[in-house]
Design a protein around this ligand. Structure first.
Ligand code: ZN
Length: 458
């Protein structure tokens, strides 16, 4: 049996400390002006690279990726609006949300009436700055608090955006953790938003620390972490790796993992895949308020992975979903909106999901006629440091009873209501006692691994 991830109490106790590290990474990434291309995106990837090794792929502008074309690279150095008195009422140096992402350059003077269609605010949240983009339609604009907009008086305004849209590249980055089998679990986080914490520095930073955690451990599956701009980035990555997609067994898009809201798992296109059942089980056994959402062809990059020509089972894990919290895509999605505690809990939840997938094996009871005598084998005792002895014994009995070679551990978890961690550890003990045998899953266990040898089956 290949080595499988086990997320025990000692790892759970690290969640708070890791949450603070994740938050620290978000604090460093937050000030950078990111977009779907450009130096801010590259600088952010360089920062992640200090934590985990990343392979970077620069996709040149104008490259055709499926039905899309990689846009020119956007760079910006300065942008502001001066009122008739010469006061800067909007300044990119104060907030990189102040400029519509991908704004074309401009340096002119115009009336307030001419300027107004290019100013964006949120009347219902007069102190917040909205996040706006114009990636594929050449345009320019500024975002500002509605309170400032309402205070403007008629007159001539100086409008300056020192930006460029020129041939360059779009930055993709990935980290591969090699497991005992070449079957891959894809973890995707979008990297293109500027100073917004929950969407999606939380996803980027949690994924980075998941990669770092796995790099020190043997696993059954290989894990491919992909960091790419939303939509054009996932499409570019898919187009450049189309020949290798069959290795992906399933995947998870990570976003919005830093707020205090309950977890929300969005089902894959098919909706009843192994990853759907694993996430449903992990979330609902851990958090009463957690919700499972139906698939829909909008949202984040799960919709690219779910397009009919790609058709990969990729779900999505968030806390409060996109568009369902007021701070979404505004300056209020800041360092105060996310917390180390929520980030640490999200990290641990992702690990529990990985643990459930890794341990979802079918077993055969080798002593199936009547219950085997557990006491004689030292299994039916209150030893071993397990705090909840009855649950531990239930787990042994459930695994023995259901292990007919057809029933997976996840099915046993669903039926018993016991956690995958408990059932996997019970199965491990039963296997060691010679009472249980894992049934090889041909799809995952036949291939050898000729990689870097960093992880090997135990
Ligand atoms: Zn977003």
């Amino acid at each position: 049996m290949a080595a499988q991830l086990s997320i025990d109490q000692s790892i759970a106790e690290q969640a708070s400390a890791v949450g603070h590290e994740i938050y620290g990474l978000i604090e460093r990434l937050y000030p950078i002006c990111r977009s779907i291309t450009g130096p801010g995106l590259r600088a952010s990837i360089a920062m992640l690279r200090e934590i985990v090794p990343l392979e970077v792929d620069e996709v040149p502008s104008s490259t055709q990726v499926f039905d899309w074309t990689v846009p020119p690279e956007w760079r910006i150095s300065e942008a502001y609006v001066e009122d008739p008195g010469g006061k800067r009422i909007v300044d990119f140096s104060r907030s990189n949300l102040s400029v519509v992402s991908y704004s074309t350059p401009i340096d002119t003077v115009m009336s307030l009436d001419e300027l107004r269609p290019h100013l964006h605010s949120l009347p219902e949240r007069p102190d917040w700055i909205p996040f706006r983009t114009s990636y594929y339609t050449p345009n320019w604009g500024f975002c500002l608090p509605d309170r400032v907009l309402q205070s403007l008086s008629a007159g001539k305004y100086r409008v300056v955006i020192r930006s460029s849209l020129a041939p360059g590249s779009l930055t993709l980055a990935e980290h591969l953790h090699r497991g005992a089998t070449p079957d891959e679990v894809l973890i995707f986080a979008h990297t293109c938003h500027p100073s917004l914490c929950n969407d999606n520095l939380s996803g980027v930073a949690v994924a980075t620390y998941l990669a770092r955690f796995l790099s020190e451990r043997p696993t059954r599956y290989s894990y491919r972490f992909v960091f790419a701009p939303a939509t054009i980035g996932s499409i570019a990555w898919l187009a450049r790796h189309e020949a290798e997609l069959s290795r992906i067994r399933y995947g998870l898009v990570l976003s919005l993992l830093g707020d205090a809201g309950p977890f929300h798992y969005k089902l894959t296109r098919k909706g009843d895949h192994e990853i759907d059942r694993a996430l449903r089980h992990v979330l609902l056994t851990q958090q009463r308020e957690a919700k499972v959402l139906p698939f829909s062809p909008w949202g984040y990059d799960e919709r690219q992975f779910a397009s009919p020509g790609i058709n990969l089972p990729v779900g999505r894990l968030t806390r409060t979903p996109n568009g369902e919290f007021a701070q979404y895509h505004t300056s209020a999605d800041d360092l105060g909106y996310v917390s180390p505690e929520a980030l640490g809990e999200s990290w641990l939840t992702c690990l529990r999901a990985m643990e459930a997938l890794e341990n979802n094996v079918r077993y055969l009871n080798l002593s199936p006629k009547g219950e085997p005598q557990l006491g004689r084998r030292g299994l039916y005792r209150s030893t071993g440091g397990y705090q909840n002895i009855p649950e531990r014994q239930f787990a042994l009995l459930w695994v023995l009873n259901q292990s007919d070679g057809q029933t997976s551990l996840l099915e046993i978890a669903e039926r018993s209501g016991l956690s995958m961690h408990l059932l996997a550890s019970a199965a491990n003990d039963l296997e060691r006692a010679g009472l249980l045998q894992a049934i090889s899953d041909r799809a995952t266990e036949q291939g050898g691994q000729d990689g870097d040898g960093a992880t090997t089956p135990s």
